[in-house]
Design a protein around this ligand. Structure first.
Ligand SMILES: *Cc1c(COP(=O)(O)O)cnc(C)c1O
Length: 362
């Protein structure tokens, strides 16, 4: 078998590593922040009925403008948004890729604030842009002045903010987003993959959209909506952003089946989101109980918790894996990240961690 270095691959891709969260079959999969509750059966039946209809006309290309889906997504988002403000793709990862194809590309710079979503630098590299970074403040916060200073120093073409931030769970204030917008002529991208898990009094960046045509807010159906396997992400922005993305997207990028499934699921929004409050409860329970086990959890506005005080993250990761629990080592020293699952999953995780003793496995 040949190796990558035998191929005439792009020079800037040499030596890079792909996204690689372990995909293992375990009883307790708490590593990639999925919604661990399955789709309710009544909703699943409705989705299948829609898929059956869509299959009957699958000899034709799908609606290239996925009009019905954008309409449903705009209704779901509210905030006075209409379908013209919405664009969708196969996961918010593809949204990010299209955004970078249109506004990034070779020679352009993307500013991020690590530790943040691992796909942001990977998709940036994929389009030949340069990922530049700036430090966060204490407890992974980003103050408005910190964001502005970083933008003035790096003069990026795009600023990537993640709110709440993955893998830390940290919330982000609208003041920081607005200050970042005013400090750049570039695109300000706010990844709100976990918006549904935010505290009710935390406003979304959607409220900042009017009058800010360079602001883009992305969401996904992968997390709160329990739809990770279907691949539906979307953005809200000034309608002119969609015009830019039409230049780079592949025609018919959203299959008729994806569109049908997503529209059917959105018609059942209350049932699909019924578990969100439950998950928030489990997240808060993890945050409340970890200190009793000798760990320091960070505040989280998402469906996962990052916690400090792990003597040897890899050893604890492996010891939990032996108990059929998969969590995430995100490369932060002495820290691990766990997804809030069902009550039973959370209970088993906390009990297993307790059995490892203070500091975890060594
Ligand atoms: C999980 C996650 C996504 C979701 O990506 P999809 O492609 O929509 O599944 C996007 N952004 C962040 C920060 C995430 O953690």
């Amino acid at each position: 078998m040949a190796s990558l270095s035998d191929l005439p691959i792009r020079d800037d891709l040499r030596g890079l590593t792909p996204y690689g969260a372990p995909q293992k079959h375990v009883r307790y999969a708490l590593n990639v922040n999925e919604n661990t509750h399955p789709i309710p059966e009544a909703v699943a039946r409705d989705i299948v009925t829609s898929l059956a209809h869509a299959v009957l006309t699958a000899n034709r290309y799908p609606d290239r403008e996925f009009t019905a889906l954008r309409e449903s997504l705009a209704d779901y988002l509210g905030h006075g948004l209409t379908r013209e403000h919405v664009w969708a793709a196969n996961g918010s990862n593809e949204i990010i890729q299209q955004l970078l194809q249109a506004f990034g590309g070779p020679g352009r710079r993307v500013l991020g604030f690590p530790p943040t979503y691992s796909m942001h630098p990977i998709i940036t590299a994929g389009v030949g842009s340069t990922w530049v970074t700036a430090e966060r403040d204490a407890d992974f916060e980003i103050d408005p002045e910190t964001a502005v200073r970083a933008i003035e120093r790096h003069t990026p073409d795009l600023v990537f903010l993640c709110a709440p931030n993955n893998p830390t769970g940290t919330g982000l204030s609208l003041e920081t987003i607005a200050a970042a917008y005013d400090a750049t002529d570039g695109i300000v991208f706010v990844d709100e993959a976990y918006a549904e898990f935010m505290p009710k009094d935390r406003p979304t960046a959607l409220t900042l959209l009017p009058g800010r045509e360079r602001l883009v807010v992305s969401r996904t159906m992968s997390k709160a909506f329990a739809f990770a396997g279907v691949r539906v992400g979307y953005l809200a922005a000034d309608p002119v952003i969609a015009d830019a993305l039409r230049l780079v997207r592949l025609p018919y990028h959203l299959s008729a089946l994806t569109q049908a499934a997503a529209v059917a699921a959105l018609a059942h929004t209350p049932e699909m989101l019924a578990m969100v409050d439950d998950i928030i409860g489990q997240r808060d329970r993890i945050i409340a109980e970890l200190p009793e086990l000798g760990y320091r959890p960070w505040a989280s506005e998402a469906n996962f918790v990052l916690f400090d005080g792990v003597d040897d993250p890899q050893a604890t990761f492996n010891a939990l894996l032996e108990r059929d629990i998969l969590i995430r080592d995100v490369g932060i020293p002495n820290a691990l990240r766990v997804t809030a699952g069902t009550a039973a999953e959370t209970e088993f995780f906390l009990r297993s961690l307790a059995e490892l003793g203070p500091g975890g496995a060594r």
